[in-house]
Ligand binder design. Structure first.
Ligand code: C2E
Ligand code: MG
Ligand code: MG
Ligand code: MG
Length: 290
């Protein structure tokens, strides 16, 4: 009997594996198609300065709508794009489009906002990140010091020996570097101190448990203090409740980003938020549910 059960379980795994492989193959071919047909769009999520309570910057986030599959999450297709070598093209497109979008809001004048784009750590393996970023700045005319690259903490702990050198070259352009999803990959303090960084973004998982998990509150406080001691700015990402916001603000976190303030929105909606803000003297007045 147990043998029979084992056999069934084996078949179950094989079926599940096949389904996953099929899904990957399907998405991979759709991904190539999407790139050539320009089927991606961008959303922008504002980051609020906790002192001025104004929008200090935005993060560009890619969106992919497929007619058959509906919206496919970047959490699913970015890793796939990394595996099949399409990530360079995708991240180039995002950076170029985002720079043009933000410039268009200021009609070519210097943007007041800083623009953050996510950069896959996989790009550092080929050592062509500098060329890609320099190319984007040149093609769009976007001011380098208003551009910020978000790379996940996995890059800090990666084996790629030239990470430091590559980041330094990018920093020399004037572009800023933020470490995304900070706190989950256990990077060492000495490594953090070595790298030419500007900002740490505390991973959402720590922010989420503020108010219910005292350990996470200690972690958040510790990350903020540590970052400030290393002369880094701090962003709390995934702020969803007033309590979470008050906590990080009380501990001098510089910027907040999350659904409490705004979801990622299309460019036209971002323009409206900025417009509202510039018409009003009330900080945070543009936030509907406040
Ligand atoms: P990330 O860079 O850490 O971006 C933050 C993610 O958290 C976004 O998900 C955002 O929509 C979501 N988020 C923001 N505030 C809240 C909140 O209050 N609550 C919750 N539950 N979620 C919140 P999204 O857009 O689905 O992106 C997921 C990940 O995919 C990103 O994480 C990033 O790692 C990657 N990604 C997105 N766009 C790009 C891109 O253009 N290039 C690359 N290489 N990666 C990208
Ligand atoms: Mg990010
Ligand atoms: Mg993040
Ligand atoms: Mg994340």
């Amino acid at each position: 009997h147990s043998k029979e059960l084992g056999g069934n379980q084996f078949n179950f795994y094989v079926t599940e594996m096949n389904q996953r492989t099929e899904r990957r193959m399907l998405l991979e071919s759709k991904l190539r198609d999407a790139l050539s047909k320009q089927a991606f769009t961008l959303c922008y999520q504002p980051k609020w300065n906790t002192q001025s309570l104004r929008i200090a910057g935005v993060e560009a986030l890619i969106r992919w709508f497929d007619p058959e599959e509906g919206f496919i999450s970047p959490a699913e297709f970015i890793p796939l794009a990394e595996d099949c070598g399409l990530i360079g093209e995708i991240d180039d497109w995002v950076a170029r489009q985002a720079c043009r979008d933000i410039l268009s809001l200021y009609e070519g004048a210097e943007p007041e906002l800083s623009l953050a784009v996510n950069l896959s750590p996989a790009l550092f393996v080929n050592e062509d990140v500098y060329r890609r970023i320099a190319g984007t700045l040149e093609q769009t005319g976007f001011p380098a010091h208003k551009l910020e690259l978000e790379v996940t903490e996995t890059l800090v702990v990666s084996e790629v020996a030239s990470v430091h050198e590559q980041l330094s070259k990018i920093r020399q352009l004037g572009v800023e570097i933020a470490i995304d999803d900070f706190g989950v990959a256990y990077s060492s303090l000495s490594r953090l101190k070595q790298l030419p960084l500007n900002t740490l973004k505390i991973d959402r998982s720590f922010i989420q448990d503020i108010g219910s998990d005292q350990d996470d509150e200690v972690i958040v406080r510790t990350i903020i203090d540590m970052a400030h001691n290393l002369n880094l700015k701090v962003v709390a990402e995934g702020v969803e409740t007033e309590q979470q916001y008050q906590f990080v603000k009380r501990h001098h976190c510089n910027l907040v980003q999350g659904y409490l303030f705004s979801k990622p929105v299309p460019l036209a909606e971002l323009a409206r938020l900025l417009q509202q803000q510039s018409c009003s003297r009330e900080p945070l007045a543009s936030i509907p549910h406040r």
